[in-house]
Write a protein that binds this ligand. Structure first.
Ligand SMILES: Cc1ncc(COP(=O)(O)O)c(C=O)c1O
Length: 451
């Protein structure tokens, strides 16, 4: 059965207000997820937090099974965290590095993961090696095969990067890691909820994901899946009364399974929201979701690429719903501001967060569009129209703000941004705010200037 996009939009309150193309940031909650969360908060308020958790114990437990089903693992292999980064850190810092160890990663690795690599490099003399891309711009698995050696302690890869539509060839990376007996830590933060994931097919040892992005779950929750057979190689970096049992004397025993990575306190409203979001994705079917996401992504890419002065920068043989683009003569923040002024949510990629990619291509910041299955083709077309008009709209905004500032500061009006806007520390957020405030696109500008 096909996807009933209208019905899914009816069940997504945010669809009424905005064109939400920032699912790589945070997806829109469905009504049922919202109900699961607010219902639990109301229960906590009515009967007490611990008592509410006890009443919902069955459903809380089901969340582990739901996440396990989503990635093709077992419930005992799942641990919950407050975000994906902490889940990833729990796995990574469990490895125990020694001087001379090597970490192999890709150009599209997520910034926080790279910072952790750099920390163990500084602390333990580990070498961080960036595997080059192939001709498609995805991690080059032939090069990887030649780089794995007896010093390799970890292969760490982002399935989909934060700043582009690339889908890395993870099953081949997994095959190589298993053949070499090297642990493979997969950051699936941008792929979970967008693509089908099967840890057996992928062959990773550890996988991390977040609730809020393509899964459409709450903010403030993430998860780690760890293969049972890999557990003996890992020592969690921290311990608490959830992850271990104090044996009554001067020792402790780790909890069985992935529980040993968790801490005791959790937001159960988020846990129950995650449960609902994962179940909804499973009911819709990840194959169907992936198909629609890819279709919307390529439609948007094609239409943007067809605009004069606009280009898309997504790498990879396989591409997903993340679309990154640049408009000649405009900064990414200006384009994002023009879209925000028309109630279209997008975001902007950061050169600092993707430095391996930046060193290589130097294309960031880019405008990042990330539709989900509940977006319509008409919404994408409207977005493309706003981008096509962005140059004119921004020129109008510049003229307007220049007029305001010239009136305020006694400067001659100019079509360029006034010099004070180019002062150090005047960042892209300020540009966007000023643009939204003064642009005619807000419906009249924000400044009345005599004359
Ligand atoms: C590829 C990737 N990995 C990890 C993260 C971090 O996820 P979280 O913010 O849930 O810690 C992000 C967030 O954007 C991401 O895009």
């Amino acid at each position: 059965m096909g996807m009933d996009v209208d019905a899914l939009r009816q069940e997504t309150p945010g669809c009424a207000n905005r064109v939400h193309l920032n699912n790589a940031g945070a997806g829109l909650l469905s009504r049922r997820t919202l109900e699961a969360m607010t219902g639990h908060l109301r229960l906590e308020a009515a009967v007490g937090g611990y008592e509410a958790a006890a009443q919902q114990a069955g459903k809380i437990e089901q969340t582990y099974a739901a996440v396990a089903e989503l990635v093709g693992g077992r419930a005992a292999e799942v641990a919950l965290f407050d975000n994906s980064t902490h889940a990833w850190n729990a796995a990574f810092y469990s490895l125990g590095f020694r001087p001379g160890d090597r970490i192999l990663t890709g150009r599209s690795e997520y910034g926080s993961n790279v910072l952790a690599y750099l920390q163990v490099a500084q602390r333990h003399g580990v070498e961080v090696v960036v595997v080059p891309d192939d001709e498609w711009g995805q991690l080059d698995t032939v090069a990887l095969a030649g780089m794995i050696d007896e010093r390799t302690r970890l292969i760490g890869v982002s399935h989909i990067p934060t700043g582009g539509g690339l889908v890395n060839p993870v099953a081949e990376i997994g095959r190589l890691s298993r053949a070499a007996g090297v642990p493979f830590l997969l950051d699936a933060t941008q792929s979970v909820g967008q693509l089908p994931l099967d840890v057996t097919e992928i062959g990773c040892d550890m996988l991390t994901g977040t609730g809020r992005k393509f899964l459409r779950g709450p903010r403030g929750i993430g998860f780690l899946w760890v293969r049972s057979e890999t557990l003996h190689q890992l020592e969690p970096p921290v311990v608490d009364i959830e992850s271990a049992v104090w044996d009554g004397a001067r020792g402790f025993t780790w909890q069985p399974g992935a529980k040993r990575f968790e801490s005791w306190e959790k937001s159960y409203s988020n846990v129950l929201g995650l449960n609902e979001a994962v179940r909804q994705a499973l009911e819709l079917g990840l194959d169907q979701i992936a198909r629609r996401c890819a279709e919307l992504g390529s439609r948007l890419r094609e239409r943007l690429d067809a605009l004069p002065g606009v280009g898309c920068y997504d790498l990879g043989r396989e591409r997903c719903a993340i679309v990154t683009a640049k408009v000649d003569g405009l900064s990414a923040a200006e384009v994002a501001g023009a879209l925000a002024a028309e109630q279209v949510n997008v975001s902007v990629t950061s050169p600092e967060a993707s430095q391996f990619d930046t060193e290589h291509r130097g294309v960031h910041p880019l405008v990042r569009f990330s539709p989900h299955y509940y977006n319509t083709e008409a919404e994408l077309d409207r977005t493309v129209d706003v981008v096509a008009r962005a140059g004119d709209t921004i020129a109008r905004g510049r003229r307007e703000s220049s007029r305001c500032f010239s009136a305020l500061c006694g400067m001659a009006p100019t079509n360029a941004w006034p010099a004070c806007f180019r002062a150090p520390g005047f960042g892209s957020h300020s540009w966007t705010k000023i643009f939204v405030k003064f642009s005619g696109a807000t419906g009249g500008g924000g400044c009345v200037v005599p004359g």
